[in-house]
Design a protein around this ligand. Structure first.
Ligand code: NAD
Length: 356
């Protein structure tokens, strides 16, 4: 298969970790006879320095015309005082909007080899955590009308949280289809005891879930979910929720693994085009030192193969290679354990690539 991939290395450790993911993709293309064509585009601070904007119109067009987008990370102290309209992260919001990326998939997997990196007790973690949060990404309170006005001599701020049935159905279907490919278990997270948007969310999800009797469906309130993620995280498989709840819960869930450098993510559109990136930022404190953990980006590339290119076997191959490298005791500094062998960012990329 021939696929066009737009590569957005970005700032800080972005170029280092993306280079390792490309190394792994090249190994996959060699092994399976695919052809991946890469086009590199500046994004974030490096684009502001060169062009005065966090992404150029031409860069955006290249993203739109590709089969998928691989991102490193953007931002850093150098650009912290840029005017809000041209801050590095503006480019991410623009790409999400232009590409219609409404579904954010954030897997949280505690690799058995790293189980003592989790802040949770061993008896809670069990044989490992493996859950996936599906977050609605383009609706809700982050996109609703907002205002601050003076009422009776004091300032009053209002943020509106709109959701339409079609928006809920669209994300609900992604979640159910994803659950079908995993363990056929879906929890829909809402606040239906208080919010109208949540009541519509629940009603729509119930209607959808009836179309998929094979999926074990349940509703759960967001406050209880926050608690259950700490108390008994292995009860969950796929969780689906609206934008703000998903933002908060996915950060909480990612911390259960204790290793931010390991976590991938995918943002999907209604077609096959998606954007894939590790969940961490540009880590300016370790940029340019060749010590960053590239596994989150490498696993994001695996998600790209699975969700955008329908290459499940190739994705499995990358995930198995990561497991093998961890089994063999190789670790970057952030996940280093006693008795293991410490390797650099590029050595980790080499090891995964050689294990494929
Ligand atoms: P961060 O995720 O960049 O770093 C937090 C801590 O985790 C740091 O100590 C860092 O060294 C470490 N870390 C992160 N990724 C690592 C990896 N792969 N290997 C080893 N250690 C790793 O978060 P931050 O420090 O809050 O943010 C730094 C910059 O990144 C800011 O400008 C922020 O706006 C930006 N940011 C970008 C994104 C994105 O591009 N999607 C996301 C979050 C933050």
């Amino acid at each position: 298969m021939n696929k066009k991939i737009t590569v957005l290395p970005g700032d800080g450790i972005g170029p280092e970790i993306v280079a390792e993911a490309i190394k792994v993709l090249n190994k996959i293309s060699e092994k399976y006879g695919h052809s991946f064509e890469y086009t590199y585009v500046d994004i974030g601070g490096c684009s502001i320095d060169k062009y005065g904007v966090p992404i150029t119109d031409e860069g955006m067009e290249i993203c739109k015309r590709s089969d998928s987008v691989l991102l490193g990370a953007v931002g850093g102290p150098k650009w912290d005082n840029c005017p809000p309209a041209i801050r590095p992260e503006k480019a991410l919001l623009a790409v999400r909007k232009e590409l219609g990326l409404f579904a954010n998939l954030r897997p949280t997997k505690l690799f058995a080899q790293l189980s003592n990196a989790s802040p949770l007790k061993q008896e809670i973690v069990g044989n490992g955590i493996d859950l996936l949060i599906v977050r609605e990404l383009t609706g809700g309170v982050y996109f609703g009308e907002r205002k601050t006005e003076e009422v009776d001599g004091e300032l009053v701020a209002t943020d509106i949280m709109p959701y339409s049935e079609s928006e809920i159905e669209r994300i609900g279907r992604v979640a159910i289809e994803t659950a079908m490919k995993r363990n056929k278990k879906l929890s829909s997270v809402d606040k239906a005891n208080v919010l109208d948007t949540s009541r519509l969310w629940r009603k729509t999800m119930h209607r959808l879930s009836e179309e998929y009797p094979q999926v074990e469906y349940s509703d759960i309130l967001v406050d209880n979910t926050a608690m259950q993620l700490i108390k008994n995280p292995t009860q969950f498989d796929v969780l689906v929720t609206e934008n703000m709840f998903g933002d908060i819960l996915s950060d909480e869930a990612s911390m259960l693994t204790g290793s931010i450098g390991m976590m991938p993510s995918a943002s999907l559109s209604s077609g096959t085009l998606g954007m894939y990136e590790p969940i961490h930022g540009s880590a300016p404190d370790i940029a340019g030192m060749n010590i960053a953990n590239p596994l989150g980006t490498i696993l994001s590339a695996a998600m790209m193969l699975r969700y955008s290119f329908d290459m499940a076997k190739e994705a499995d191959d990358i995930e198995a290679a990561v497991n093998k490298v961890l089994d063999n005791g190789f670790r970057t500094g952030d996940i280093m354990q006693e008795g293991c062998k410490k390797v650099s960012c590029s050595e980790m990329g080499d090891l995964v690539s050689q294990s494929i």
